[in-house]
Design a protein around this ligand. Sequence first.
Ligand SMILES: NC(=O)c1ccc[n+]([C@@H]2O[C@H](COP(=O)([O-])OP(=O)(O)OC[C@H]3O[C@@H](n4cnc5c(N)ncnc54)[C@H](O)[C@@H]3O)[C@@H](O)[C@H]2O)c1
Length: 445
Amino acid sequence: MMTRRKRYVQVGVGSRAWNYTVALVKTMKSTCELVGICDTNRGRMQLCNRKIVSDLQGKAVPMFLDTEFDAMIRRLKPDIVVVTSVDCTHDRYIVRAMDLGCDVVTEKPMTIDEKKCQRIVDAVNRSGRDLRVTFNCRYMPAMLQVKDLLMQGVIGKILSVDVHWILDVDHGASYFRRWHGEIGKSGGLLLHKATHHLDLVNWFLSANPVEVFAMGDRSFYGAQSGMVGRYGLQGHGERCLTCRRAKKCPFFMDIRKSAALREQYLKCEKYDGYIRDRCVFHKKVDIMDTMNLVVRYDNGAFLSYSLNTFTPYEGFRYAFNGNKGRLEFEHIGAPMTSQGKALPAKGLPAGMSIRLYPHFKPARSIPLRKFKGGHWGGDARLMADVFGTKSVKDPYMRAANYASGAMSILIGAAANKSMRTGQPVKITGLVKGLPPARLPKMKQW
Ligand SMILES: NC(=O)c1ccc[n+]([C@@H]2O[C@H](COP(=O)([O-])OP(=O)(O)OC[C@H]3O[C@@H](n4cnc5c(N)ncnc54)[C@H](O)[C@@H]3O)[C@@H](O)[C@H]2O)c1
């Protein structure tokens, strides 16, 4: 018997949303049907529809403004709402969609603070609907290899983890040019960005965070960091496009040069005033750019984590210390200009590696499985899992529900609170009615 295709609507049609549109209209069309889109910006919705027709050979779908969300649900009767809008708006659509009888697939971060998280948890408990949080990092083959090694118990019981992420002056700076730079819209990078890194720790450890202590600052970007003076950019503009210091500024980006940025943002400014090339030293930037935290887990393990957003190259290091040895997982990217051009780094280490150091035995490098596609091969695998119908039992339990979504963002929310108060913050007291995340069993020694 043929099963009916599931009906989807999408809220938020910015850059990330297109991955979902492609899946719903093209790659997963045997199981899915996109029936409507919703956004605050009519221009971006029209562009999305033009691209559905020209790039995906699909049919344009009805468009609804944010104020017409309820009307869209009543008229189109979708099974599932996909939320790919600005982070601070996720809770609004998740809660309303579930109350109107829909399941929800939401981009990370599930939401940006504990109050919004409580609204979501209450709505799940009230409606009994499904809420899936799309952590694409769990689907990257390299991350899966690390999870597999840890689950097999190659380093025994994990006692502590050191995680350091650095975002370069291209990618890292991009967060300070957009809405992400405002804490009210993104929750700061411990929510917006670290939700990926911290969910991976929760998942790698198969454990739930209990308590957080954090310190951080805004030392590089923003109006008060002192970098404007150091670069000699006094009198700079609000945005790159009209800045009289453009020639002197190492962070200058020409929004007109990229067809994607021009079409999606510059030409759509007239609808909502969303400036995509805002100055990284703008006075509205109020998020931290250097962050450090310590987390205690319910299995006794500790995490020490740092996130810096102004480094010459991008990369990460996860180092797991177990009672049988140590596992290191690292990536070192190329040094970049702030316009995304790679610079030479002759003779320096580069790329991804996994190294295993068992106690009292020789160490070895673990060969990485090959992968291709967006976000280190994670996006396509995630889309197939979220939008397909195959229900294969996944021993790694990568499909994250609202409990995993909450556990990851609550570390960031607790860290923000800890930075404000100077005190450690218990995660368990932040939200009521939240079950522990569903995570696979680890082999113990
Ligand atoms: N998993 C990943 O790798 C990944 C990567 C990038 C972004 N994201 C997530 O995807 C989401 C979108 O990010 P983006 O980079 O596409 O941002 P974007 O700025 O390109 O797009 C955001 C869209 O939301 C719309 N919007 C703003 N307010 C709205 C409202 N009240 N109602 C409906 N729509 C509204 C904007 O008009 C815009 O079209 C974010 O939640 C972000 O965290 C995830």
